[in-house]
Ligand binder design. Structure first.
Ligand code: GUN
Ligand code: ZN
Length: 410
C-alpha cells in the first residue's frame, strides 16, 4: 500500500525542530513500513495525495478508559470530582462485559482522533482490565493498560486487599507481558488511595518485571498533596514513591503540577517521566504546570489527554493547550515542531514505546492521513503551526494500525 502526501518526519539531533514536513510517500507491506520516500507525491496512491498530511499515529501517555463516558463534569476540585463523578462510573466496570463494551467504545474514540498508542488506566477490576487490554489490542492500538489499584480512601467496591491486587496485576503481567502490542502496567492509582504496603508491593513487582510500565498520579492539586503528607507522616509526595521503588525509567507520573526543585531532581535522577496533562489541569483547576521549570530540571516529559478530567480526546488539541499554558506562564514555551514531536516520537520514547510515533522503515504502520480544508502549505506561517493551531478533527480521514484501516471518516 502507498500512502502519499506531506510526511511528518523525525529530525534526529535537532532539539528545536525535532520534526519536519517532506513531500513523499510511505510504502506499507503487511503490518510494517518498508519504505519512506522523499519525492514529489505520486499522482496515484492508495491513501492520501497532494495536500494531505501523513503523520505517525498520535501518542497519548495518560488516559482513563472508563472516563470517556464522563467528560465534561466541570466545577469540582479533584478529590470531590473523584468521589462524585469518577468512582461511581468506575464501579460499573465490576461487570466485565460492560467494561469490554466501554473499552471498545473508548478505543474507537481514540482512533477517530488519531491516537494509536496509549498509556491507559482501567479500573480496580481484574477481569475488566483483561477485557480492556483485549479490546484495545483487537481495535489495533499499541500501548499499556493498568489495573488501577487502591486499598483505602475510596468506596468499598473500589478498594481491595493489597496482596490480592498485586497478585492480580502480576497475573495480568503474565498474560499481557511487557513488549506485547498492548501490555499490562503496574498502576497504583495515587498515594492518597494506596497504603505504603500497596505502594511497596507495586515497587517490588516493578523490580521483578523488567520492562513493565509503572503509572500513577503525582502532585496534581494542593489538596491532594496535603492529603498525602497527612497520610505519610509529612514525607514529600515524590519521596513516598521513591521510597516504594516506584521511580523507574519506565514510570509515568501523571500531572506533576506542584513539584518542588528537590522532587524534580529525584524524578530526573530516576529517569522517570512526568506525563503533562494541560487540559485536565485547567478543567479541574489543579494549577498550571511550569513546563519550563521541569524541562530545565532535566526530567523527561510526555503528554496526556487525561480523559475524563481532560476534555480533549485529540492529542493535537492537547499539544496546543501545552503551548498555550506554557506561553501564558513565561517566555520559554514549546514550538509547534516540538509539540508535534511530543505527541509522536518523543511521546513514544518517553513512554517506552519506541516502535510507535514515527514514520520509519521497520516500524509498525500506525499512521494517520488528514486532509486539511485550509491552504496550509503556502504563505508566511510555518505549516506545522498552521496545522496545530487551526487543527480541525474533521480533517482526519483515515487511521491505520499495523497497516490496516481502523478508522475511516464518513
Ligand atoms: N488522581 C487519582 N485518580 C485520578 C483520576 O482518575 N484523574 C485525575 N485527573 N487525577 C487522579
Ligand atoms: Zn489521570
Amino acid at each position: 500500500m502507498i500512502v502519499a502526501g506531506e510526511l511528518l518526519l523525525e529530525r534526529p539531533g535537532d532539539a528545536d525542530r525535532p520534526v519536519e514536513l517532506a513531500s513523499g510517500y510511505v510504502r506499507i507491506e503487511g503490518e510494517v513500513i518498508t519504505e519512506v520516500a522523499r519525492c514529489p507525491p505520486p499522482a496515484s496512491a492508495d491513501l492520501g495525495g497532494p495536500g494531505c498530511l501523513v503523520a505517525p499515529g498520535l501518542v497519548d501517555t495518560h488516559v482513563h478508559l472508563p472516563q470517556f463516558s464522563l467528560i465534561g463534569a466541570h466545577g469540582l476540585p479533584l478529590l470531590e470530582w473523584l468521589e462524585e463523578i469518577v468512582f461511581p462510573a468506575e464501579a460499573q466496570w465490576a461487570d466485565a462485559a460492560f467494561a469490554a463494551r466501554a473499552a471498545r467504545e473508548a478505543a474507537g474514540q481514540l482512533l477517530a482522533h488519531g491516537s494509536t498508542a496509549v498509556c491507559a488506566y482501567s479500573t480496580i477490576h481484574h477481569e475488566a482490565t483483561a477485557a480492556a487490554i483485549e479490546q484495545l489490542a483487537a481495535a489495533g492500538l499499541r500501548g499499556v493498560v493498568g489495573m488501577t489499584m487502591s486499598d483505602r480512601a475510596a468506596p468499598d467496591e473500589l478498594v481491595d486487599d493489597p496482596a490480592r491486587l498485586l497478585d492480580q496485576t502480576a497475573d495480568l503481567l503474565d498474560r499481557f507481558p511487557p513488549g506485547e502490542r498492548v501490555a499490562a502496567a503496574i498502576t497504583p492509582r495515587f498515594a492518597v488511595s494506596c497504603s505504603a504496603e500497596l505502594l511497596e508491593g507495586a515497587g517490588r513487582l516493578a523490580a521483578q518485571t523488567p520492562g513493565a510500565a509503572v503509572q500513577t498520579h503525582l502532585s496534581e492539586t494542593l489538596d491532594e498533596c496535603r492529603a498525602v503528607a497527612a497520610a505519610f507522616g509529612g514525607r514529600g509526595y515524590t519521596q513516598v514513591y521513591a521510597d516504594a521503588g516506584l521511580l523507574t525509567p519506565r514510570t509515568l507520573l501523571g500531572h506533576g503540577v506542584w513539584l518542588d526543585p528537590q522532587e524534580q531532581q529525584l524524578i530526573a535522577q530516576a529517569g522517570a517521566v512526568v506525563a503533562h496533562c494541560p487540559t485536565a489541569n485547567a478543567f479541574l483547576r489543579a494549577g498550571d504546570m511550569r513546563r519550563d521549570e521541569l524541562v530545565a530540571s532535566g526530567l523527561r516529559l510526555s503528554l496526556g489527554s487525561d480523559v475524563g478530567a481532560g476534555y480533549e480526546r485529540s492529542m493535537v488539541r492537547v499539544a496546543r493547550a501545552m503551548i498555550q499554558t506554557a506561553s501564558r506562564l513565561g517566555d520559554r514555551y514549546p514550538t509547534p515542531a516540538q509539540a508535534w514531536a511530543q505527541i509522536t516520537h518523543a511521546g513514544a520514547d518517553a513512554a517506552g514505546l519506541a516502535d510507535a510515533g514515527r514514520l520509519a522503515v521497520g516500524a509498525p504502520a500506525d499512521l494517520i492521513v488528514a486532509k486539511p480544508t485550509i491552504d496550509w502549505q503556502r504563505g508566511r506561517v510555518d505549516p506545522l503551526a498552521r496545522l496545530l493551531f487551526a487543527w480541525d478533527d474533521r480533517w482526519l480521514r483515515t487511521t491505520l494500525c499495523r497497516g490496516a484501516v481502523v478508522y475511516a471518516a464518513a
